[in-house]
Structure formats: structure tokens, C-alpha cells
Design a protein around this ligand. Structure first.
Ligand SMILES: Nc1ncnc2c1ncn2[C@@H]1O[C@H](COP(=O)(O)OP(=O)(O)OP(=O)(O)O)[C@@H](O)[C@H]1O
Ligand SMILES: N[C@@H](CCO)C(=O)O
Length: 314
């Protein structure tokens, strides 16, 4: 008898959005991970297949974010059966595009549907956060929240979790520039200063509030002024060749700002139109030719749908 199978997709995400370290993120269209799940006749969760990772990812369910997330979910509902997980990686590892989060979220959305949707979509978040703790050493929610819910998301608090979906201004576009080098989130968290001065805390708070207001007022100028990070960027940008050159190159293109996507090395650039986002893409090619580093560039609208079921086979 053919087993029921469900496949879900979860998008790439940009965490932090410059000023919102660990508390802001948004989802990107078209790029992401797919996960297919089916019930098995054991009482084990198994990652049975991974494609697109060049053999780099662990199959062990306490190490792969799909396994960690699904295990946490099944435990919470006291489910005794077994689930097989197949992972199709669309996102590069250690890229800053929320690769570990996309796998976990796709696995959760697929498993939830497989079991008849016992959880509301947002109620899957704690299980995804658990998987980030294993992958990155910190249970940050700014990739998993937008990967699950789509759009811009604010994590107002972690204890208890308080996640607020924000407005997505019409016309806003994103360019992602991924220089070919790997930066692990755990490593780029370890370079951060553990203390912030009063002056920097004030500057950062002003920018976060400005960015949120700008998103609601659909005020591109205000968004642009607010895309400024005095906490993580100074320590992390030195790990990313071409970062300062990119900031300079986009200034006259009409883009709103350039920042580090998550913990890097991918850079994100927000633009008020698709045309400007493509101009940024052309300029980034020129910058990285000079730097001498290969890049992939993606131009994308903001994904407002989040993760979703792609296919269900009875
Ligand atoms: N399914 C998975 N997909 C990606 N990484 C995974 C997965 N499962 C476990 N990992 C582990 O998580 C770590 C991923 O690294 P990292 O968190 O830096 O990548 P990322 O998710 O692309 O980054 P970021 O969170 O900055 O966007 C690696 O050590 C990898 O082995
Ligand atoms: N907020 C996290 C995101 C990692 O993608 C960090 O900056 O470390």
C-alpha cells in the first residue's frame, strides 16, 4: 500500500534586518528548502534522505534541524508512531539566509499536515526554535518566525514568546548577495561584544522603532534612515570581504540600505522598486569582480505567505 506523503516548502529569511538583532526578520520569495514526510511502521523519527547538501548535513535526528524540530513536536503531542523525513536543500549552508531554519520549518509544516493539523501554524514556533538552539547554539527566532509566517516579523519577547507579524510595504524588494564563503552562526555570534553602551542602546532603539514605523507608514525614507546597526555589524562586517564596497556602491542606485543578512556572509539590500533591486544586483557583480570572490545574487519580493504545503499524496 502506498504511504501518505506530504511535502512542504519554507522560504529563505533575512534575520536582524540591520538594527533588530535577534528580534526582526523577513521572508524572501522563491528560494528555500523542501521537506517530504511520511509515517513509518516503527516508533522512530528518521531522516532517510538528504539532497542538495553535498553530503555535509547529519542524518542524526538530534543534529539535523528537521529531526530536532519534528521530535519536539511529536513529544509535545505524545505521538508514539514514527515519521520518515526527506530533505531537499535549496539553501546553502552557513550562508546567513536561514538555511537551518528553513529545513526545520518545512519539516514541521509537512508533519503537521500529515497528522491532520493538530497545531495552529504559529504554535509550531517553539519546536523550530528548539532546532535553532541545536544548530546555532542559540534559540534565536528571527529566522524561523518569518520562515513560518512570512512577511516581516518582530519577536517582542522570548520569555514568554511574543511574535508580532508586521506590515509589508507595497513595492519593497530585496537583493541578496551571497559571497561564496561559509560563516557559521555560532562562530559569528562568538565575535559579538557582550555589553552595549547606553549611547549605542539608544541609537539602536531609535532605529528599531523607526524601522517598524516606516514599515507601517510605508515610508521608504524612514525605512532607509533606520537601516543602521551599531551593535552586531561593527564586529561582523570585518568577516565579510566587499562589505564596505557594497555599502558605497548602492548609495547612488536609489536603494534604501544594505546590511548583513542574519549572521552573514550574505548581504541584503532593500529597494523601493524591483528595477532598483536589479540595478543593485548589477552593481554587486561589479563590486565582487574587483574583490575577486564569486557570488550568487537573488532579486526577490518579500514573501508574505511563509511556509506552505506543496503536495499531498494519499
Ligand atoms: N537541515 C539543516 N540545514 C542546515 N543546517 C543544518 C541542518 N541541520 C543541522 N544543521 C547544522 O546547522 C548549522 C547551520 O549553520 P548556520 O546556522 O550557520 O547556517 P544558516 O542557517 O544558513 O545561517 P543563518 O542562521 O545565519 O541564516 C550547521 O552546523 C549545520 O550542520
Ligand atoms: N539573529 C541571529 C540570526 C542568525 O541567522 C544572529 O544574528 O546571530
Amino acid at each position: 500500500m502506498e504511504m501518505k506523503k506530504v511535502t512542504a516548502f519554507a522560504p529563505a529569511t533575512v534575520a536582524n534586518v540591520s538594527c533588530g538583532f535577534d528580534i526582526l526578520g523577513f521572508a524572501v520569495d522563491s528560494l528555500g528548502d523542501r521537506v517530504t514526510v511520511s509515517l513509518n511502521d516503527t516508533n522512530e523519527i528518521r531522516v532517510t534522505r538528504i539532497e542538495g547538501d553535498n553530503g555535509k548535513l547529519p542524518l542524526a535526528i538530534d543534529k539535523n534541524t528537521c529531526g530536532v524540530a519534528v521530535n519536539a513536536m511529536l513529544k509535545a503531542m505524545d505521538f508514539k508512531g514514527g515519521v520518515d523525513i526527506e530533505l531537499y536543500k535549496g539553501l546553502p549552508l552557513g550562508s546567513g539566509m536561514g538555511s537551518s531554519a528553513a529545513s526545520a520549518v518545512a519539516a514541521l509544516v509537512a508533519t503537521n499536515r500529515l497528522l491532520g493539523n493538530p497545531f495552529e501554524k504559529a504554535a509550531l514556533l517553539p519546536f523550530a526554535i528548539e532546532s535553532e538552539r541545536v544548530a546555532c547554539g542559540a534559540g534565536h527566532a528571527d529566522n524561523v518566525s518569518p520562515a513560518l509566517l512570512g512577511g516581516f516579523v518582530l519577536i517582542r519577547d522570548y520569555h514568554p514568546l511574543d511574535v508580532i507579524p508586521l506590515n509589508v510595504p507595497r513595492g519593497l524588494y530585496c537583493t541578496l548577495v551571497h559571497p561564496h564563503l561559509v560563516l557559521n552562526t555560532a562562530d559569528s555570534r562568538s565575535v559579538l561584544k557582550q555589553h552595549v553602551s547606553l549611547k549605542d542602546a539608544t541609537t539602536q532603539s531609535g532605529n528599531i522603532a523607526g524601522l517598524v514605523a516606516g514599515l507601517y507608514q510605508e515610508d521608504m525614507e524612514l525605512i532607509s534612515r533606520s537601516l543602521n546597526d551599531v551593535i552586531a555589524e561593527p564586529s561582523r562586517s570585518i568577516l565579510i570581504p566587499g562589505y564596505e564596497e557594497m555599502k558605497e556602491a548602492i548609495k547612488t542606485a536609489g536603494a534604501l540600505g544594505c546590511g548583513i543578512s542574519g549572521s552573514g556572509p550574505t548581504l541584503f539590500i532593500l529597494s523601493p522598486t524591483e528595477e532598483i533591486a536589479w540595478e543593485v544586483s548589477r552593481r554587486s557583480q561589479a563590486v565582487y569582480e574587483k574583490v575577486g570572490l564569486p557570488i550568487d545574487v537573488y532579486v526577490s519580493a518579500i514573501n508574505t505567505r511563509g511556509a506552505y504545503v506543496v503536495e499531498e499524496k494519499k
